[in-house]
Design a binder for this molecule. Sequence first.
Ligand SMILES: [Zn+2]
Length: 318
Amino acid sequence: MSRRTFLLGAGGLVLVGCGGSSGDDGDGAVVRILTVAPTVPPGATSPGATATALPAPELVLSTEEVYQAGAVLVSVTGGVAGGTATWLDKQYPLIQGSQSMFTFTGTGTDVAPGVHQLKVEVTQKNGSKGTLSADITVLATEWTVDSLTFTPEQTAALLDPKTVASELAVLDGYYATRTKEKLWSGGWIVPTEGALTARFGEMRSINGSAPSGHHGGTDIGAIVGTPVVATNSGKVVMARQLQLRGNMVIVDHGGGVLSGYAHMSAFAAGEGQEVKQGDLIGYVGNTGLSTAAHLHWEMAVGGILVDALRFTDGTNGF
Ligand SMILES: [Zn+2]
């Protein structure tokens, strides 16, 4: 396991505005730059032999403190040709951004709070390899609890574990997509106008049962027909009717980040369509397992469902 070593001079933490950052483009949020000396694996060229030819890779993190169900934008600058980030035993290939190579990493709802190590194995353009690492602190999120009542017919027909599992399998298939292209740019926006009616991660007590599970999206209540737009640019990879989530659109933003929009009354975008941030993709509805008209908005990073609002409220640091 490599150890983080700060280079003196540029060492320690340097706070910079995003406009002057050498990390991948953000939305103007402040990012922290960690300058890390790569470790050299056995048999590789010594760092002294390559340092004169290429700038040392730098690890740029959107934040060093991520909440459960948060995401971190991990960028590597310098003469880097490729690499893979490892976070919480999951691997994330770096993809080419506008100013660096980058990936987003996802932190699940059940990750233990505390310090965890992010490791990034990089290959420089001259072929030499190294490992960058940084400690990231996972902060606990307090989950809210909601009590819901369903009719026996709804419960019997729609909460059948097989129905739940088969729909999750469909979604997992899409959310596992790792498009090696950056389709998103800049910041992320809330996709419809309305009141927040259920937070991501909320635990549910159904018909009086003990609270369990974590709500996999953010619910925004609005009247049927309210426009739903893409949270960022990307490509529509799914637009179909599901039993629980009703009419649902999934947009691939590249690099393993996808957004989902459920319970819609109608579609305004089709599979394969490229969309820009703010483009209309559908309308708020009450389709599928839904007790009132609302948008259920999901965000997935590397196949992990994370809190969509953390993409817009600054707590992810981007
Ligand atoms: Zn929901």
